[in-house]
Design a protein. Structure first.
Length: 291
């Protein structure tokens, strides 16, 4: 199988396997669309005939697959919950976390997975807070990659971001990506290869040089936009600290229009110079790390 790209996820919390990047240690995905799924594609948590259920404390994993597979997903989920709580606090995800494991693509769509023809999804977070795993692509990534996918999805659940409107895409996706990769040993160069290539070629990122990617960028050039959102969040944590970043995301998710200025004391445009220096230091030709 060809090398799998890093996980970046679309606004509804769907992890899509793209064609770029080369992080086989995690496997992963790249988003092709930021359009929310139609309401008809999101099914309620009604009984699932023939499904087995594995319970591990506040984790509920169900599906018409083997019990061994369900137990493995429960273990990945516990690791993902711990990572989400390390960033967003011990009070999140205290309600039951429901993970569904369909046996095939048809059941994936029936349980709330993407209804888009040909979409290659590793997971979807539905509007009612369930995480539905794509049967083929979720298992195609390595164990660390599966934990990263679940961490991203459960960040959306913890912050009630699934279907959230009125909040910039880069905040929603960047915050989930930051959470998913915070524990990774991969370098920023590996996690944001398109941004690194641009920086090493002496070019600014393809997005607005004075700020994060726009919502339109996520449609026009999704792979680069998701990576730029992730790098912007890493930069904000580097400059202002994780606590300040957490306060900012929570304020933004609450649709406070002044969230950035209130949290950081400046607007994104005022950070152009320090952001450019961050990129050169972390992604330049002599930088291989940048955690």
């Amino acid at each position: 199988m060809r090398a799998l790209p890093r996980p970046v996820l679309d606004r509804r919390g769907a992890c899509v396997l793209g064609l770029t990047a080369v992080v086989t240690s995690l496997g992963g995905c790249s988003s092709a669309s930021s359009t929310p799924p139609p309401a008809s594609a999101v099914r309620s948590t009604r009984p699932w005939p023939g499904a087995r259920t594995v319970r591990d404390g506040d984790v509920v994993v169900r599906g018409t697959v083997s019990r061994t597979r369900l137990e493995a997903v429960a273990a990945y989920t516990r690791s993902a919950i711990a990572r989400v709580r390390q960033v967003w606090g011990p009070s999140v995800l205290r309600d039951a976390v429901v993970i569904e494991v369909p046996p095939d693509e048809a059941e994936f769509r029936a349980r709330g997975g993407s209804a888009e023809a040909g979409a290659q999804l590793a997971a979807t977070t539905t509007s009612d807070g369930r995480v539905v795993l794509a049967p083929a692509l979720f298992t195609a990534v390595t164990v660390p990659g599966r934990v990263a996918v679940l961490t991203h999805e459960l960040t959306h659940v913890a912050l009630h971001q699934s279907g959230l409107t009125g909040v910039a895409h880069w905040i929603i996706e960047g915050s989930a990506e930051f959470t998913a990769y915070r524990a990774s040993r991969l370098s920023l160069v590996q996690l944001a290869p398109e941004v690194a290539t641009a920086v090493r070629a002496g070019r600014a990122p393809t997005g607005p040089p004075t700020g994060p990617p726009t919502d339109a960028d996520f449609t026009a050039r999704p792979a680069a936009a998701y990576q730029e959102a992730f790098v912007w969040c890493r930069f904000l944590v580097h400059r202002f600290g994780r606590a300040g970043f957490v306060r900012f995301v929570r304020a933004a998710d609450a649709r406070r229009p002044d969230a950035f200025a209130t949290s950081f004391g400046v607007g994104p445009g005022a950070l152009r110079a320090p952001y450019t220096q961050f990129l050169r230091t972390q992604l330049g030709s002599t930088a291989e790390g940048g955690r």
